[in-house]
Write a protein that binds this ligand. Structure first.
Ligand SMILES: [Zn+2]
Length: 399
């Protein structure tokens, strides 16, 4: 047993700090590691050498600000992460490693609401197939990130709202998948995973305070505060779709009137266009027509942008994020939707809260959630396995 405060437990704590910093960021120079951990340059240098000798990290030459530097990342051999994302109409699986490299991805159509047994069976089969095609060693899988299209109750781990996925009532998705795959499973909702995916691989890179807003069949958001997803005690944080825009507006599925969702979500917006544009209209098609110059679709996309923008303005006043990333089909509309969002923000947000804000379209499209599932494992996994393999118990403390 290590005594708290002893040389060896201090050394181990320092190792953990370095591994955690690199694990979350993907790669960092030694100077960046020193800055983010608060350790001295000499200590970082010793620890990196030790981790490199143990095979936990790789060091490659790079340049930072015109000077030669050494970039540190976890070794691709150190572990494998899997991502499984259930959307309402698809299943997507990704395989990555601890060096933040995505090795394989595949998706297939799936009626998720129909049967969870069928859904998890298909997920297991797709994971098995990707393990075989990538030739990875399954013993190296350290965890699976799982995305579900509804809020997860933080305490019970079950789906919070039965109205959203009626076929999944009462089941615990992470237990279900862990039993099939035999590895730890970390679960979160699609909006939080979209935020993580964009932060690690997309439009939110390098930003520690951001909101990912997904406008699709509903309107949701994932909030990242100081580099961490903010979920709130019940796991419900980020329900931007249900802020009130008009107290006398249409009744929302949540029971209130005039929520943002009733002005922006596909189920409320498409009926506005169906009389003039036909009954089989989808949001994807509306965006395409708007880009081609169709005046009705442009009008609707612009109006959605204005309303989402007042939600973003409220968010700015409360949280002062430095970036908002727009996901979902609507992001494909580019400036047709982003300009009205920015306009509403400048009209309704306190200037100091909006000054440093940039509003960008998501860079990952429909991949944001499954890549976020990989990032969730990188975020939440512990470092003990990594350190155990790198460090024999007798390693002398020298920092
Ligand atoms: Zn509502």
């Amino acid at each position: 047993m290590e005594t708290p405060g002893s040389q060896s437990s201090l050394h181990r704590a320092n190792l953990e700090r370095v591994v955690r910093a690199v694990r979350m960021a993907g790669s960092l120079t030694q100077a960046e590691i020193a800055r983010s951990t608060g350790l001295s340059a000499a200590t970082v240098s010793n620890i990196v050498r030790e981790l490199k000798d143990g095979g936990t990290v790789e060091v490659t030459p790079t340049s930072a600000g015109g000077r030669r530097a050494r970039s540190v990342s976890l070794s691709p051999e150190a572990g494998i992460v899997l991502g499984v994302d259930f959307g309402h109409t698809h299943l997507r699986v990704a395989v990555g490693n601890l060096a933040h490299q995505v090795l394989a991805e595949e998706s297939e159509p799936l009626d998720v609401d129909a049967s969870y047994v069928d859904g998890f069976g298909r997920a297991e089969a797709l994971v098995e197939r990707l393990i075989v095609t990538t030739g990875i060693d399954r013993k190296k899988v350290v965890g699976v990130g799982l995305g579900v299209p509804g809020p997860i109750d933080v305490e019970s781990g079950t789906l919070g709202s039965t109205a959203i996925l009626p076929g999944w009532t009462g089941i615990n998705p992470s237990d279900e998948l862990a039993a099939r795959l035999g590895v730890p499973v970390y679960v979160d909702n699609d909006a939080n995973l979209g935020a993580l995916g964009e932060m690690v691989w997309g439009s939110g890179r390098g930003v520690r305070d951001l909101a990912y807003i997904k406008v699709a069949s509903g309107v949701g958001s994932g909030l990242v505060i100081d580099g961490q997803i903010y979920r709130g005690p019940g796991g419900t944080a980020g329900e931007i779709g249900h802020i009130t825009i008009d107290e006398a507006g249409p009744v929302c599925r949540c029971g209130n009137r005039g929520c943002l969702e009733t002005f922006a979500a596909a189920r409320y917006v498409l009926p506005l266009l169906r009389p003039s544009h036909g009954g089989d209209l989808t949001m994807e098609r509306v965006v395409q027509l708007a880009r081609e110059g169709d005046p009705g679709c442009r009008r609707v996309v612009g109006d959605v942008g204005r309303h989402v923008g007042s939600g973003v303005a409220n968010l700015c006043n409360l949280l002062n994020p430095s970036r908002v990333v727009l996901g979902g089909d609507l992001a494909e509309a580019g400036e047709l939707v982003l300009a009205p969002i920015r306009e509403s923000v400048s009209r309704y947000a306190i200037p100091s809260a909006a000054r440093q804000l940039s509003v960008l379209p998501g860079a990952l499209g429909g991949r944001a959630e499954v890549l976020g599932a990989l990032a969730l494992v990188l975020n939440e996994m512990g470092d003990s396995t990594l350190l155990e393999s790198a460090l024999p118990a007798s390693t002398p403390a020298f920092t």
